[in-house]
Design a protein around this ligand. Structure first.
Ligand code: 6LW
Length: 498
């Protein structure tokens, strides 16, 4: 069959996966968004359904003081003796920790801290021992992939942290994962940084503690030399073995906005690349070490069909799965109903790294029509295309002393500008429409069923290349205001991808 990449679209970076019986499970990083660490499941590696989040309680993750792209960095998901473990870093606190659950559809434990620095923690279980890996500097001042043994019940270190591999020479050695395959230990990593130079590298050895010998042809996977190719930045991945014994890499990458337009604003997404082991025990990845937009493979049955949900509405999404908040939400400011939401705006705007009244869903594809109706009593409420507090576009309804107006606001770094306003008198209701293409957002208002073009802005100013950071654009519904009551009601939300 032929499958398309990405297999999970939109801002879902740093995938880590494991297989339990006939099901694959996968987690991603979530940074300043709450709940943290989305969990997906799949039976066939190409159709993924979100089933929950690992970090659903405030006592599991401190996000209040977290800047954009701070907070929850890359997680690892592992299963041992009937228990799932998810380990990650709160990068803002520089703290590695893990949580566990015996029911992946339920709640996860309180965090257990590990006193080893660096990011991208990994767990490897063998013979009653637990090895904990991360990147960084070891107890002797040596950089690299750093490892210690821990007691899994308490997170206590049972051995000093020791650097076990220094990588293949690329910058930003990170994302370690350790596996035992056919009696050998494989240490997978990412190098090059999570931009255009990103790559996957690995080494192998005879013991979980090394020494490790680098694969002679590293990087095993990178798209860094594919100029003019839509998929870039591939790296940071995790190996899984399928039901038939074949190996795959689930990893991140991004889609740039055009063949030679080196911007991406949808965030880093999840890609699937076949892995092939040679007789010598070294493996290769993808098509000559690159990831393609689609792979023809006989490893997945022709009867498997890659499904894609193209329409997202209030009615067909789940508030607890598809939608998320900036840092810890003030829950009483949200009334989430089957077909509408009521928001209580506060004085906190989208322009500061705090907790505005905001609920967002990831933009999963370039071409989309996003629409909703909003009613307002005071303050402001509307749709935001939100990358971070300094990079967002808003189409909103706003109260002014004599009545109401529609505004189009562009917020690009130091330039914060209301581009257009339209006075709508005493009418406190508006239909807002945003049409998105790879390169532009066009803003419309709908009056009596007719769409009136209000303005436009380029997507590239919301891209990671301009905004920096590790996240992607969310379609947010937001409100600001000073009242004590719910000042905005949203209905008829739809995001239709073509
Ligand atoms: C993550 C690191 C990376 O921790 O980006 O792509 C960092 N790789 O491994 C943030 O996602």
């Amino acid at each position: 069959m032929k499958y398309n990449n990405p297999v999970i679209k939109g801002f879902y970076p740093d995938p880590s996966a494991c297989k339990v019986e006939d099901t694959y499970y996968l987690v991603c990083s979530s940074f300043q968004y709450f709940p943290g660490v989305p969990i997906f499941e799949s039976k066939d590696l190409i159709n993924w359904t979100q089933i929950g989040h690992c970090l659903t309680r405030k006592n599991q993750i401190q996000l209040d003081t977290v800047d954009s792209s701070g907070g929850v960095f890359a997680p690892t998901l592992r299963y041992n003796n009937g228990r799932f473990y998810m380990t990650t870093t709160n990068d803002t606190l520089r703290q590695n920790f893990y949580v566990w659950t015996d029911n992946i559809y339920g709640e996860w434990s309180d965090p257990i801290n590990v006193d080893q620095g660096g990011i991208d923690p990994d767990l490897y279980f063998e013979d009653g021992k637990t090895y904990f890996m991360s990147n960084g500097t070891d107890d002797y001042g040596v950089n690299g992939i750093v490892q210690c043994e821990i007691e899994i019940e308490t997170g206590q270190k049972l051995s000093p942290s020791r650097s076990i591999w220094q990588g293949s020479g690329g910058r930003y050695l990170e994302s370690p994962h350790l596996y035992k395959i056919n009696g050998q230990y494989y240490l997978l990593a990412a190098e090059g940084g999570t931009e255009y130079g990103h790559m996957v590298t690995y080494a192998r050895g005879n013991s979980p503690t090394g020494p490790f010998k680098a694969y002679p042809h590293n990087p095993v996977l990178t798209n860094r030399n594919l100029g003019g190719y839509e998929l870039q930045g591939v790296g940071h991945g995790d190996l899984v073995q399928d039901h038939e014994g074949e190996w795959w890499l689930l990893h991140l990458g991004f889609r740039q906005t055009g063949q030679y337009l080196t911007y991406h604003h949808l965030g880093r997404e999840v890609f699937l690349t076949p892995i092939t082991f040679g007789e010598d025990g070294w493996f290769t990845a993808g098509h000559e070490g690159t990831t393609l937009i689609s792979f023809e493979t006989d490893r997945i049955a022709d009867t498997v069909i890659q499904q894609e949900k193209r329409v997202f509405t209030f009615e067909n999404t789940d508030w607890n799965l598809d939608w998320c908040y900036l840092r810890h939400p003030v829950t009483e400011n949200y009334r989430l109903e089957a077909d509408k939401i009521k928001l209580k705006g506060t004085a906190v705007t989208l322009d500061i790294p705090a907790t505005p009244t905001f609920i967002g869903i990831r933009q999963k594809d370039f071409n989309a029509i996003i629409s909703c109706e909003v009613s307002l009593t005071n303050g402001e409420a509307g749709i935001t295309l939100y990358m971070d507090e300094n990079h967002h576009y808003d189409l909103a309804l706003r109260k002014h002393p004599e009545g109401y107006e529609i505004i189009e606001r562009l917020n690009i770094g130091d330039i914060k500008s209301i581009e257009k306003t339209k006075n709508i008198g005493q009418c406190n209701h508006a239909s807002l429409v945003v049409k998105s293409s790879p390169t532009h957002y066009h803003f419309y208002i709908q009056v009596d069923g007719t769409e009136i073009l209000f303005g436009a802005a380029q997507t590239k100013y919301l891209s990671s290349e301009i905004a920096g950071g590790f996240t992607g654009v969310l379609i947010g519904l937001y409100a600001t205001g000073e009242d004590q009551d719910y000042n905005a009601i949203f209905t008829n939300f739809s995001c239709l991808y073509s």
